[in-house]
Design a protein around this ligand. Sequence first.
Ligand code: NDP
Length: 450
Amino acid sequence: MSYSDNVLASLKSRYAYQPEFLQAAQEILSTLQPCLDKNPAYEKNRILERITEPERIFSFKVEWLNDQGGIEVNHGYRVQFNSAIGPYKGGLRLHPSVNEGILKFLGLEQILKNSLTGTPIGGGKGGADFDPKGKSDNEVMRFCQAFMIQLYRYIGPTIDVPAGDIGVGGREIGYLYGAYKRLTTRYEGILTGKGLNYGGSLARTEATGYGLVYFTDAMLKDKGESLKGKVCAVSGAGNVAIYCCEKLYEMGATPVTVSDSRGTIYDPNGIKVDVLKQVKEVERASLSRYAELVSTAKFTPVSDYPQGKHQVWTYKVDAAFPCATQNELNEEDAKTLLANGCTCVAEGANMPSTIGAINEFLKAKINYGPAKAANAGGVATSQLEMEQNAGMTSWTFEEVDSKLHGIMTNLYNNTAATAREFGLDGNLVLGANIAGFRKVADAMIAQGVI
Ligand code: NDP
């Protein structure tokens, strides 16, 4: 058995109750063996055993009062996964499905993603099983304050800098930041995604979606292709999906779908980004509201679809951008996309494709941009926000956007070059994993074991 297979088998026996973590570990470890064979120091230093185990996990109770004065109890976490190349960095997710295994999958991905950005940040992730849906602003505020009462002692601008993720946008970051400041009396960059008038960076809101499209553009250009004229399927209707749609139009492509937890919107004329922002960012409503506002759009509730999931992958498109959540695109969906002529898939969400789906994309040799490379623009721009906070300065939108563009182009080039180095031209899964891994592994070896 190879070193990577051995470590994976051991993880499977210890963490059988964390399927998403095991899936992420399998996706990564199954590609690393050529790099481990090339450098025996990685096995000698037991890097795989060490990189797959978080440095520490904080797990805590979050008690808060609802609008009726009743007591609510949630479970919060912060996984500080790896600090070999910089302070822990990664988002906070607020969703009822959150548990330790999901945060460990996200944290493990984050280590390699952050390394790929070429900036000095380690990997972390956190969140709680709190559902912001249906809660009043005051309830969200009280939850965020109670969450920060637990979290504040573990974070700091050179220790751990959380950001947003599913269920955590500008509103939540504002409440979390206000609570931190009151608890510590310190005004410092302990969160990214902050509002512009209290330390936030221009272009951070747009960064993951824009970065995804910059990455895709670089991937297509490398093959002499472009996004111009492409019909695109986008899933999700949150931060990543909205700004992916916006940038697709700028590149001459047309997004024709979006989805949320309740259903799918399809409009062959193209998604209207201003209406989408109004429905999801301002009204915080379901996408059925979008169909009320746009007469050409068709809304299909998830309940009308056999597996109770969105319908985005059933339409005939040239390119697909999964931007909702993990495992939203399975092997069957991949086959449908390919049969319908889709030649490009770039992942905005984390681990949206199952291993079966990834294998289909690799087998078909289409342009496939895996999440840890394609969606790294968000965290890269968070690091730019940290830089601005540390220098007590702020850059223009154009400055940040152009740095983001440069980072995503370099990231693609580095990923593609690494795939070529290992004789698998075009396999960006292997390229991203090895390029991200090597830098962290070398830093771990250099820093020794205590
Ligand atoms: P948001 O909360 O802004 O939006 C998430 C969207 O996906 C919503 O439309 C939501 O529907 C839908 N969704 C979430 N969970 C489910 C589910 N279980 N089933 C069906 N639909 C679901 O999150 P983001 O846009 O920030 O994040 C989306 C993805 O991108 C996540 O995988 C995240 O980890 C990843 N990502 C985000 C980054 C960022 O900067 N924000 C950076 C890198 C990756 P509804 O509106 O009904 O809740």
